[in-house]
Design a protein around this ligand. Sequence first.
Ligand SMILES: Cc1cc2nc3c(=O)[nH]c(=O)nc-3n(C[C@H](O)[C@H](O)[C@H](O)COP(=O)(O)O)c2cc1C
Length: 346
Amino acid sequence: MAKVTQISTRKSDHIRINLEEDVRSKLTSGLERFRFIHQALPELNLEEVDLNLDLFGRRLKAPLLISSMTGGTEEARQINLTLAEAAQATGIAMGLGSQRAAIDHPELIPSFQVRQVAPDILLFANLGAVQLNYQYGLQECLRAVEMIEADALILHLNAVQEAVQPEGNTHFAGLIHKIEAVCKALPVPVIAKEVGWGFSERAARLLSDAGVAVIDIAGAGGTSWSQVEMHRSETESQRRLAAAFIDWGIPTADSIRMVHRTAPELTIFASGGIRSGVDIAKCIALGATMGGMASPFLKAAVKSLQNTIEVIHEIEREIRVCMFAAGAGNLEMLHQTDLIEVNPYA
Ligand SMILES: Cc1cc2nc3c(=O)[nH]c(=O)nc-3n(C[C@H](O)[C@H](O)[C@H](O)COP(=O)(O)O)c2cc1C
């Protein structure tokens, strides 16, 4: 029971710190360096711009993902249900937070289950990849997928977050072989995801060779987990260690280009500091298939379901107008659209 209490405290801390503190990276996403070429004559009708996307057997009405966040407490259950209901109402995708708590403590499973309100959404399970070096294996991955009826499994990579915590799981050696084994045996696709520091070319190559279907960038420029951990630190020394990483990581725009260049066959989800539909459209033009956001959706969900749906509609509208004014009638055309890079190293 003490362990359950510890997990609940950590999950509540994460939500509270993300809502109350400034936990932004000192880096920007890099997307501000890119511009579309405006088309005065788009030769399109705005309402006919097609945002639909088919992925893993599900149809999305917009290329938008509510990034993995939470589970494990009553507050988290409410947030998950609000997010899932909004995703169902608007036809977008969603990831649940790390399910380790529910695997170790099955009484927490209901706080992750959302299919009762979101039967049709593209839904992702989530576990820390490093747990594969701490006695987790295929069975735990399968349980994570089955307990929430997910369409794919996200394995998140959070080396810096683990390294700046006193209780962190930092045995990352040999992990790629474990990830490869899961990719081979799991009946659903595996998505490798960062949590806010992005993927390099080297990481993309290893993960692509290991058989992941998707890389979810979660690059630098948005929520910084070293900053979150800094606010959880119990000693000055821990605090300073976490604070030293405020400008760590690969900005989202740069990471998308690195991964796309290295493994063009991989599907890319863009995330990390994405804050508008225009950002998402830029990411798709840079090589991504869809864009995800975490922090903005957390802030919307704690207000209300209505607010969350409005935020989603606003983002969708921005993507639509952006595609219209760039002359891209569908997502494939957006993918092929060139961007201008302004001030490459500003
Ligand atoms: C409250 C909160 C909890 C999170 N928990 C997880 C998690 O359990 N698993 C995971 O892969 N990412 C987790 N993340 C990271 C997000 O999915 C995302 O990659 C990161 O916050 C960057 O996106 P953003 O800048 O839009 O917030 C969490 C983020 C937030 C804000």
